[in-house]
Design a protein around this ligand. Sequence first.
Ligand SMILES: Nc1nc2c(ncn2[C@@H]2O[C@@H]3COP(=O)(O)O[C@H]4[C@@H](O)[C@H](n5cnc6c(=O)[nH]c(N)nc65)O[C@@H]4COP(=O)(O)O[C@H]3[C@H]2O)c(=O)[nH]1
Length: 879
Amino acid sequence: MIDCAISQKQLTDWANDLQLVADITQSYAVILKVNAAGEYRQLIQSELCQQDDIEALIRHFNHKAHLNLYQNATPKVNTSSTRAAPHNPFNESSTFSQYQVNLPVDVRHAAAYQQALIPDVKAMPQWRDAGLGSLIYLPIIWSSGAHFGVFCLYHKAALQLDDKALQLASLTVNSLQLNLSELHRAQRQQMTVLRGDAQSIDIIDLQTFIDSFEEHIWVKNTEGVYTICNQSVEKAWDLPRSDIVGKTDEDLFGKAIADIFLNGDRLAIEAGAPIIVAECLDGENKNNHLWLETLKLPALTPDGELAGVIGMTRNISKHKEVEEQLTLATNVFKHSFEGVVVTDRHGNITDVNGAFYEITGYSREELLGQNPRLFNSGRHEKAFFETMWNNLLGGGKWNGEIWNRRKDGTIFPQNITISAIYDEVGEIRYFVAVFADISAQKQSEAQLAHLAYFDPLTHLPNRMKLMIQLKQEIMHAKRLNSQLATVFIDVDLFKHINDSFGHSIGDEMLVELAKRLRSQLQEQDVLSRIGSDEFVALISGIQYHEDATAAINQLRQVFEQPFVVSTGDHLRLTATMGVSLYPSDGSNADTLLRNADAAMYRAKSEGRNNYAFYTESLTKESIEHLKLQSALYGALEQNALYLMYQPKVDLVTRKTVGVEALLRWNDPILGQISPSVFIPVAEKSGLIYDIGLWVLETACQQGVHWLAAGKQFGRIAVNVAGQQLQRNSFVEDVKRILTQTGLPATCLELEVTESVMMNNPDVAIRDLKLLGDLGIVLSVDDFGTGYSSLNYLKKLPIHKLKIDQSFVRDIPFDTNNTAIAKAVIVLGHALKLEIVAEGVETAEQADFLTQNLCDQAQGYLFSRPQLPADVEAFFTKLK
Ligand SMILES: Nc1nc2c(ncn2[C@@H]2O[C@@H]3COP(=O)(O)O[C@H]4[C@@H](O)[C@H](n5cnc6c(=O)[nH]c(N)nc65)O[C@@H]4COP(=O)(O)O[C@H]3[C@H]2O)c(=O)[nH]1
């Protein structure tokens, strides 16, 4: 852009010229001039010009300029060069698509370069909004070819301007351009006087001068012929000066590249000022290429006439590198998810990134110039900040967690690193703080802590938390000199609910139960869930034993109402509770909980749906339990185990149709121990598997023995524990024992309890089927105590149902049991199963069962369990 001051007198003269043209054509005239920013601005106008019209013109040309910027910014270049161009400034192997032209603002005005007569402006879509009727516009050009501005002549009505008006306008513009040439010449002369006589510079000196530059320097005349170049050009283009001077770009580089260069020349001429026309990559390998930048400026004669173009190409790789690093750093700063704030050394915020104001809620403008004290949450002591500053000023860095306050007042934790940035003389210039909002992390830490101490299903405290609370409650009770009740609540047969209705129904019931239990307690009392079906309540402020009993009865009330689950079923629960009291039953948390547990077991052994207070004798009992467990480990080797056999009779013929093998343990020290006592111990310790195999093997051997002696016993029934059936090897073990002992599978019956089958129904069905296929009869023991659905029973590959003795007891007098027994018989028969009644002790029971078509019976009425020899006699007697 040529910068030449225009005197007021000159402007007045031009204004008069404009008025003359306007008067003659009865229209309005205006000159728009391009400023340094490349934008059109109103320079002068004829009288009565309306500002709206001028602004419409300005808008139009500025908009055009803007469009041209984009149209011209990326000239497409043909990449194929017809001949090797050793002097190609971009290197012969460069990729020309990397070539780009950076347009200076002055040369965006291609539209204004054309002259135009528009008789009907409204008919031109691009002019439709201008509010004009007819229009003439002509470019005003400096003598060098640079753009000065645009002359516009317009009328509000269409078809008012014609060729004559255009001629008049052209004459006016010519005169304007002559004035501009004069102005320019005068200014150049003035400059020459100031700088000294250019003619005195010797041409040799000029060559020496330009040869001393590393940059490539050349000059082309108005025909595009090189007239001067320096040694750097010779070196880069690998040609002697004599081969460059006198040649055009087309001669040197071929047409395609020449067009690009000439376009650059043209832009520089139009700009009338130095412009950077190109940046390009030199070198094939991206890692060591050079960035070159070409600057072009029009060469003018002292008269301001265009003499050619001067070019200078320089290596800007260093600058590019810094620029890239800067861009990278800016992008990291901008796009970082972490908040970044920069302060000066006094702590005034000088910059923040997007993440920072997103996290804090402040806008950039609100933050600039502020002190980070703005975010103070008030959570930290003065000493905290003192330590922070000591670290920062002493070591240049501080990292830690700070609670800060957002604009909306909420406070949040952040992990922050603050670094001091020093200047060249080692003084702190800035502080840069980078932080991450760790609210989510803190939240998950809190969630983890919650998980560690709370049961995720019921949200009640878990065992760990209970122990902490129990210790606190003990201290509290000690202080108040009161008692504390620890109530262990075990839900009866809850496993059956899970097995029969699925775990989600089980969960529903537990959640509801937790709610009900909690509602029965005082606010200061504690309720926790310490196992799947085990809850513990801590009831404080107990003065008398009766207070504890009242509290327990209160808790027991929650079981009176059925639990309505999502399937619509009304299910009932009962629970067995054990209570220990501080300080009488223990002075520490472990003892109190253990004793409440022991009391619960005592209550359970006395029948479920019950509660018991701890007594000292219970401690003895649990010691007994431990003794029993260790004694049982030796029982197998010491031959302390043996089997007894109880006959099963056909209720119609009253003949023995089979025997059930029942395990007995006679310990040398502890004496005779009932299976209902030691079988649970064997199950808990895992010993049951080996014991079960021993029972099976012994019973099979006994059967073979009887068969060999010609004794017809029917089938030997052996009890199978849950853990046996859960082992993958069970079917193979049974097969192996049958093979080893030689007992036909048809002489064996396996009794599996209903709850065991429900435990893992899929495995149970698969294994029982395999066993059934061998010819073994399978019966469901203790039927009626579980929750088998009819549908489920149908799927089981079983042959017999054994009615549990609890239902046989008191028939035919107990109407409930009588109804259940009858229903089981009908149900079993419908499923084509044989029905066996257990625990038949009276003739009435036997008669009732016979009348109701029960198939077989077992009980003291027929025989107590017998030693093998005695049961043999029993066969004979019945035969
Ligand atoms: N009140 C009364 N009881 C009668 C009458 N007739 C039979 N009984 C008893 O009822 C129980 C029947 O066995 P069960 O239900 O399988 O119940 C068995 C069974 O579940 C388990 N058990 C016994 N032997 C074994 C075994 O070898 N393996 C496994 N896993 N469990 C066994 O121990 C439980 C208890 O066995 P026992 O004490 O022998 O008790 C036996 C038997 O002596 C009667 O008329 N009235």
